[in-house]
Ligand binder design. Structure first.
Ligand SMILES: [Zn+2]
Length: 255
């Protein structure tokens, strides 16, 4: 069955039908969901979802664009949250030079602290990296994050950078963008990377794949992502589903 490795069901876009939508996933072939925190508030909401739904696991962390809110007290809370049973990753954390706020020094400081946390609690990291390829890679390498591993979520760089992460044992998170006509670079990366290091993600409510591009995204759309990967790699759709599910279970430590 499908493993949704990156969703934001805490988002207000799901306020009207969150419960019925999540309860409909299993019948649609989706076995597990990891809901990903992006701030202290959305991490709290993520923890609530993990309590409410048996198949929802959580990642705790603060997105680079939200790092200005962090202080020692909040970081301490994050550390405690990381120890909860259904928390399977630290994320999403990283660098975002597209929005480029707060200033890079603050983003870097909290990226480092959250990588240290991942190493301390021995959980994989979910990395968000936008327009910050070189700095992200240098910092991950310097931090020794290879030890816990993780995923470069919504991978958006080229084959060379993909090779760097694949060599370190990281997974690449593949979502709706791979179905876009103009996503030539990502299609090349998917062709190139071993299927054993790819995982399926939506980043919902954002980034819906074709044929639903522009609409609210949900895990129900992962079939289109898996179909595109199957076509690009010339392997059966069922194989994409089962191998990426196994990859996600291995990465998140879910048996
Ligand atoms: Zn996300």
């Amino acid at each position: 069955m499908i493993f949704e490795t990156h969703a934001h069901y805490d988002d207000e876009a799901f306020d009207e039908d969150r419960e019925s939508l999540l309860n409909s996933l299993y019948e649609a072939g989706i076995e597990y969901v990891v809901n990903v925190g992006a701030s202290i508030d959305t991490t709290k909401k993520t923890l609530e979802l993990t309590e409410q739904f048996p198949f929802v696991y959580g990642a705790v962390g603060v997105h680079p664009s939200e790092t200005a809110e962090l202080d020692e007290e909040k970081f301490k809370w994050l550390k405690e949250a990381a120890l909860l049973k259904k928390v399977v990753a630290i994320g999403e954390i990283g660098l975002d030079y597209y929005w480029d706020t707060p200033e890079r020094q603050i983003q870097k400081e909290w990226f480092n602290r959250q990588m240290e946390l991942a190493l301390e609690v021995k959980l994989p990291a979910i990395i968000h990296s936008r327009d910050a390829a070189a700095d992200t890679y240098d910092m991950i390498k310097a931090a020794g994050l290879k030890e816990t591993g993780g995923v470069i979520h919504c991978f958006s760089y080229g084959k060379e950078m993909a090779k760097n992460y694949l060599d370190m044992g990281f997974y690449l998170g593949i979502g709706g963008v791979v179905t876009f006509k103009n996503a030539k670079k990502l299609k090349e990366v998917v062709e190139y990377a071993p299927i054993e290091q790819l995982i399926l993600e939506t980043d919902c409510p954002y980034l819906a794949p074709e044929p639903n591009r522009g609409k609210r995204n949900s895990s129900l759309n992962l079939i289109y992502v898996a179909k595109e990967i199957a076509a690009l790699k010339s392997i059966p759709y069922e194989e994409v589903i089962s191998i990426t599910e196994q990859n996600a279970k291995t990465m998140y430590g879910i048996k």
